[in-house]
Design a binder for this molecule. Structure first.
Ligand code: SAM
Length: 278
C-alpha cells in the first residue's frame, strides 16, 4: 500500500523488530489491548495470535478494509474505523467487555495500549491517554527517539513534556529501533517505550483543582528556560522575588536553579507552597 505521509504512515517491515515488540509487550490470552493505528496489521496479527482481545483503531479507510478482510474470521479482533483522538476509549472498551461477558467492578476497566504512533500526533495521543479517567494500565509506544528521550529526561534536562509524562507515569525506553525498520524510511531513529501508570496517575495525591494548579505552575516555571526559576515565578505570579526566594530556601533549593533542574515531586511540593499566590 502506498504510504500517506499526511497520516504519519511509516509501516514496520522488519520482522525481528515486530517480534521484539510483541515479546516485550507480552500479550496474554483474553486481556484487552487497544492498538492505535494498526496500518496493515503487522502488530495486530501477532497480538491476535496470542489470544488477546484486540481493539484496533485506524483512520485510513484503505487500511480498514484490508484489516477487516484479514481478520474477518477472528472473533478476538475488532477493527474500528476512526480517529483515535476523537474516540471515546472508555466507552469502546466497556462495550467490548460487555460483549465478552467480563463483569466490571464499579465500571472499572482494565486494558493496555500499544501503537507504532503516527509521529504528527504523538504528543496529542500520549496526553490523551495519560489524562483519561479510565486510563490504561500501561502504554507501549513507538515514538521518535528524541521524543522518547525528552519524555524520560532526568533533572537537568526536564521540560514541560517530561514533567507531564512523569507526573502521570513512569516512562522507560525499552529499545532503540533503526530507521531502516520502517517503510518509507523516516529521517530519524525511533524508540519503543513503556509508560506505566503511577500513584500520581491514580490521583491519590492531588485533587483535580490541585492538578490544574500544578500544570499552571509548571507552565509559568518554564516560561523562559534560560532564566532562573525565581525570575520566571516572580514574573508569572506577579510576586516579589524575595517571596519566592524564601519558599525555595525553605525547601533547600538553590536560588539560581533553572526549571529544567526540577523533577516532578519537587514541582508538587512547590505547588503546595505557592498555591496561596494563585
Ligand atoms: N501499526 C502499523 C505498523 O507498525 O506498520 C502502522 C504504523 S504507522 C506509523 C501509523 C498508523 O496510524 C497508520 O496506519 C495511520 O494511518 C494511522 N493513523 C494516523 N492518524 C491516525 C488517527 N488520528 N487515528 C487513528 N489512526 C491514525
Amino acid at each position: 500500500m502506498r504510504a500517506k505521509k499526511s497520516l504519519g504512515q511509516n509501516f514496520l517491515q522488519d520482522e525481528k523488530v515486530i517480534e521484539k515488540i510483541i515479546s516485550t509487550f507480552s500479550p496474554s490470552e483474553k486481556e484487552i489491548v487497544v492498538e492505535i493505528g494498526p496500518g496493515e496489521g503487522v502488530i495486530t496479527e501477532k497480538l491476535a495470535l496470542s489470544g488477546a482481545n484486540v481493539i484496533a483503531i485506524e483512520i485510513d479507510e484503505r487500511c480498514v478494509s484490508l484489516l477487516k478482510k484479514k481478520f474477518e474470521s477472528l472473533e478476538n479482533v475488532e477493527i474500528i474505523h476512526g480517529d483515535i483522538l476523537q474516540s471515546n476509549i472508555g466507552e469502546i472498551v466497556k462495550k467490548r467487555c460487555e460483549k465478552l461477558g467480563i463483569s466490571l467492578k464499579e465500571g472499572e476497566i482494565s486494558y493496555r495500549v500499544i501503537g507504532n504512533l503516527p509521529y504528527y500526533i504523538t504528543s496529542a495521543i500520549t496526553r490523551m491517554f495519560l489524562e483519561l479517567k479510565q486510563g490504561p494500565l500501561e502504554m507501549f509506544f513507538m515514538v521518535q527517539r528524541e521524543v522518547a528521550e525528552r519524555m524520560c529526561a532526568k533533572s537537568g534536562d526536564m521540560s514541560i513534556l517530561s514533567v507531564a509524562v512523569q507526573y502521570f507515569s513512569q516512562p522507560e525506553i525499552l529499545f532503540i529501533v533503526p530507521k531502516e525498520a520502517f517503510l518509507p524510511i523516516p529521517k530519524v531513529e525511533s524508540a519503543f517505550i513503556r509508560l506505566k501508570k503511577t500513584p500520581f496517575f491514580q490521583k491519590e495525591h492531588f485533587t483535580q483543582e490541585e492538578e490544574k494548579l500544578f500544570f499552571r505552575l509548571v507552565k509559568i516555571g518554564f516560561s523562559a528556560r534560560r532564566k532562573t526559576l525565581v525570575n520566571n515565578l516572580s514574573n508569572g505570579l506577579g510576586r516579589e522575588k524575595k517571596e519566592i526566594e524564601e519558599i525555595l530556601q525553605d525547601m533547600k533549593v538553590s536560588l539560581t536553579i533553572r526549571p529544567q533542574n526540577i523533577e516532578v515531586r519537587k514541582w508538587g511540593i512547590l505547588m503546595e507552597k505557592l498555591r496561596k499566590f494563585f
